[in-house]
Design a protein around this ligand. Structure first.
Ligand code: B3K
Ligand code: ZN
Length: 882
């Protein structure tokens, strides 16, 4: 366990010593892997002679240590739980260190570990110190060579970063392979893989005329599921050349899939390691969403080669420098290869449901945090998703070309360096000759700003004056917030639904129909002239800033925007706002009153699906607009919440929509369910998404016809998207038998397929039906489940605790106790995963007092558990303090 000592951003000092070269040799063994390390070191410029060298190291058995060829005497160095210190280090020298490690008993999945008998590493953020003694910090960059020795039959494939430069056989059926990485890198980008793997290869020809080999390594039997990932890598390479002028810099790009992995994937130089979930897919086993996810994650890891690897972070407080920027890049990639509008709406929905909650809760932290106990806890929605929004705002403010100029300057200045978020902002400002001082507050201030808007139309003068006010609530440790620099994109729409040309006072002519207003003050007004009639404002188009926008729209205005706004995001947002408004109203009304949505609400929804073949609107957009807001999102907008009532209200409205739009939904479903063989392409994905949203509504109807429709789709589907959609609807159906037959059928078919079984676990964990907690508890004993496998924990336990608010917040508190038990059990196995799960208690203060007290008791129980990791301790203690 690492010590519970907070690390502060402002305490940063450059390293006292640097490492220019590292030669590693691994002699692989399940329980006694020998790691030989040779470090060519020198004292950093300006550091006083006699400064001690402090290397990081955890859970290592030190076998020998030599300096410049001579064994170090015992009193020349000191070893404790986390460090190895040499008090008297010369100005330069070669350190040779032998250590022994035990991969077989490594359940944290950090450092070197085993999965299905193969060896893998995960070093970000601080896993390399579990492999050997090192300066395990991102601003120490070295050139690595890696020699791997292993049993030839058990581990025929031996991989590491860079280029393979040699191989040979040894006695006792062993063999070796040597790798050289020509690029200097921090230790967190080191990787090693050894195992019985097969490979799918392809190539990419770069714009400069080089041929890159792309290799995807998977366990035998999975080769037929790698084609989508390979295509994604090829598309990513082409896209980064096209959009940012960035080419891949090694001759081979390798992806390896592993089933036991703490997160999605990892961008190790030249050797990306991926969770199988983001590599393996074929139509029978993966849904459209899975295919999208593979595109996004492959792109993300590949793009890190420049934004993260070539230019890396000076320290972990700068994590969003690489993560926010790379998420922005992968979102742009997905927008370019698919539907930009759908991509934007999905990203915003995720941001607002999870990141806004984080920003409003006890774990709130700035995009560039100021302190942490465990850096692993800071791979958050704020660092990633809000960080990406911050990067997107540069583009919104500077234009796409200006943004590109900034990126070019960033690489020109910092290639090969470890830098800060300020360096990135400076490149953007300098390349465009603009002042981005105030913009810095997006990095330093936590919390979601609120922008409230009000408009006044003057018919005589034909002016429309828009007033924008901003504020930001206090967050832990930050009581006073200064105004942000907020780009607010707006349009004005006339009564016929046409965008009006926009001309601000003082401008000679109107330029466009969408304008980015720059809000820098607590309050600002913007007056538009030549406005011929009272407009409906369309605000925060394309979600131009990560803020909560408040404007007092009438229901009629919202229905109007739903039907007419030319901005796809704003159009979806109008539907979302209308539904939120209604749900909140019904939730607040006397519980004895009937729950009914008014006619105008139903009419607005009817209009959406009346022409499902998608004359004007993309079916995928209609699908998004038809879906009611998520309960977790609504919960954030209420206080003292009774989650049971909230779930009941949402359910009632869904049922009412299904009843009143039965005909339209059925007609749309039948038209879309046309038996076309499955292909993963934009048009089909869009049609399937609308079809399955219709199906989901229809499942609310207690009619035998619907039962057979669902059973038919389940049985006949030639792909996982449709099959799973039908099964999900069956599992949740109030009238049915809980789909016992189909669940058994599904498990029977896929029992040996870990990724497909994850879906089966999640369906049951997120079910609305009575008895879901009991079901989840018994599934813990299912032989396909394992607490040691993070995918399984996410599929079953995390899905229940984080995506099933109705059952997680059951009034008896049993689910809270269940979550606490699981967190405690997991903490002993894998602290990172336990800490993630513990976030299910973050919003306890939002919930009504009785449940709140129950949640608090469970938090205290976890906090007081003896031997708790610092990962889980940090999350739980902050939750309690909030
Ligand atoms: N950089 C890795 C995340 C590592 C998480 C370590 N706890 C994946 C990614 O963002 O691409
Ligand atoms: Zn990343």
């Amino acid at each position: 366990m690492s010590s519970r000592q907070a690390i502060h951003r402002l305490d940063y000092t450059p390293p006292s010593y640097l490492i220019d070269r590292v030669d590693l040799t691994f002699d692989l063994d399940d329980t006694q892997t020998k790691v030989t390390s040779r470090l060519i070191m020198r004292r950093n410029a300006g550091v006083a002679a006699g400064s001690p060298l402090v290397l990081h190291g955890e859970e290592l058995r030190l076998e020998s240590i030599k300096l410049d060829g001579a064994p170090l005497p015992k009193d020349a160095y000191q070893v404790d739980e986390n460090t190895l210190t040499i008090a008297d280090m010369p100005e330069d020298g070669i350190l040779e260190i032998d250590t022994l490690i035990d991969p077989a008993s490594n359940t944290s999945l950090m450092g070197l570990y085993q999965s299905n008998g193969n060896f893998f590493t995960q070093c970000e953020a601080e896993g390399f110190r579990k492999i050997t003694y090192y300066l395990d910090r991102p601003d120490v960059m070295a050139k690595f060579t890696t020699t791997i020795i292993a049993d030839k039959a058990k581990y025929p494939v031996l991989l590491s970063n860079g280029n393979r430069v040699g191989a040979g056989t040894l006695d006792k059926n062993r063999h070796w392979v040597k790798w050289v990485d020509p690029f200097k890198k921090p230790a967190y980008l080191f990787a090693l893989v050894a195992g019985k793997l097969v490979v799918l290869s392809g190539t990419h020809n770069t714009q400069s005329g080089r041929t890159i080999n792309i290799e995807i390594y998977v366990e035998p039997g999975n080769l037929d599921r790698c084609h989508h990932a390979l295509a994604a890598a090829q598309k990513s390479m082409a896209w980064d050349e096209e959009r940012f002028g960035l080419e891949y810099d090694l001759d081979t790009y390798m992806i390896v899939a592993v089933s036991d992995f703490n997160m999605g994937a990892m961008e190790n130089k030249g050797l990306n390691i991926f969770n199988t979930k983001y590599v393996l897919a074929k139509p029978e086993t993966a849904t459209d969403v899975d295919f999208d996810g593979i595109d996004a994650v492959v792109a993300h890891e590949y793009f890190h080669n420049w934004t993260g690897n070539r230019v890396t972070c000076r320290d972990w407080f700068q994590l969003s420098l690489k993560e926010g920027l790379t998420v922005y890049r992968d979102q742009e990639f997905s927008s370019d290869i698919g539907s930009r509008a759908v991509q934007r709406i999905s990203n915003v929905r995720a941001l607002r449901t999870s990141q806004f909650a984080e920003d409003a809760g006890p774990q709130a932290h700035p995009v560039r945090p100021d302190e942490y106990l465990e850096i692993n806890n800071f791979y958050t929605m704020t660092i990633y998703e809000k960080g990406s929004e911050v990067v997107r705002m540069y583009e919104t403010l500077l234009g796409r070309e200006g943004f590109r100029l900034g990126m070019d300057l960033y690489f020109k200045r910092h290639d090969g360096q470890a830098v800060t978020c300020d360096d990135f902002r400076a490149a953007m400002a300098d390349a465009n000759n603009v002042d981005l001082e105030q913009f810095e507050r997006w990095y330093s201030q936590a919390g979601t700003p609120r922008v409230s808007a009000s408009g006044v139309y003057n018919a005589g003068a034909q002016t429309y004056t828009l007033t924008l006010k901003q504020s930001c609530a206090p967050t832990p440790g930050q009581t006073q917030k200064l105004p942000f620099h907020i780009p607010v994109a707006i349009g004005l729409i006339d009564r016929r639904g046409q965008d009006l040309p926009l001309q601000l006072v003082g401008e000679p002519e109107s330029t466009a129909t969408t304008r980015v207003l720059q809000l820098r003050e607590p309050e600002q007004t913007f007056t538009f002239i030549n406005v011929p009639c009272l407009p409906v404002p369309s605000l925060l188009r394309d979600f131009s800033a990560p803020v909560v926008l408040e404007y007092d729209y009438s229901d009629d205005d919202l229905a109007f925007l739903m039907a007419h706004d030319s901005d796809a995001f704003a159009r979806w947002e109008a539907a979302n706002t209308l539904a939120c408004k209604l749900i909140k109203q019904l939730y607040a009304q006397d519980a004895a009153l009937p729950l009914a949505a008014p006619d105008n609400f139903i009419a607005a929804y009817r209009k959406l699906i009346a022409k499902p073949a998608g004359e004007a609107l993309d079916p995928a957009l209609i699908a998004l607009m038809l879906q009611l807001p998520q309960e977790n999102y609504l919960l954030e907008q209420l206080s003292d919440v009774d989650p049971t009532r909230l779930a009941f209200v949402c359910q009632s409205i869904k049922q009412q929509i299904a009843r009143e739009l039965r005909q339209e939904l059925l007609a749309a479903y039948q038209q879309l369910n046309d038996g076309t063989p499955y292909h993963y392409n934009g048009e089909q994905v869009a049609r399937r998404s609308l079809k399955n949203v219709c199906l989901d509504y229809l499942a609310e109807l207690d009619e035998a016809m619907v039962g057979s429709l669902l059973a038919d789709q389940y049985r006949k589907a030639d792909n996982m998207t449709d099959r799973l959609a039908a099964l999900k609807a069956l599992v949740n159906r109030t009238g049915g038998d809980g789909a016992e037959t189909q669940l058994a059928d599904f498990a029977g078919q896929w029992i040996d397929d870990a990724l497909v079984m994850d879906k089966w676990f999640t369906l049951q964990a997120t079910s609305r039906r009575q008895g879901t907690l009991g079901r989840v508890q018994s599934l813990l004993n299912h032989h396909a489940f394992s607490l040691k496998n993070p995918n399984k924990v996410r599929a079953l336990i995390a899905a229940f605790c984080l995506q099933n608010p109705q059952h997680f917040h059951a009034a008896d508190g049993y689910a809270y106790a269940f979550a606490a038990e699981q967190i405690i059990a997991l903490d002993a196995i894998n602290p990172q995963i336990a800490a993630r799960l513990a976030s299910c208690f973050n919003r306890w203060s939002k919930i009504e007092p009785k449940r709140r007290e129950l949640m608090k008791q469970e938090l205290e129980r976890i906090r007081d558990h003896e031997g708790l990791s610092s990962d889980t301790f940090e999350i739980v203690s902050k939750a309690l303090a909030g």
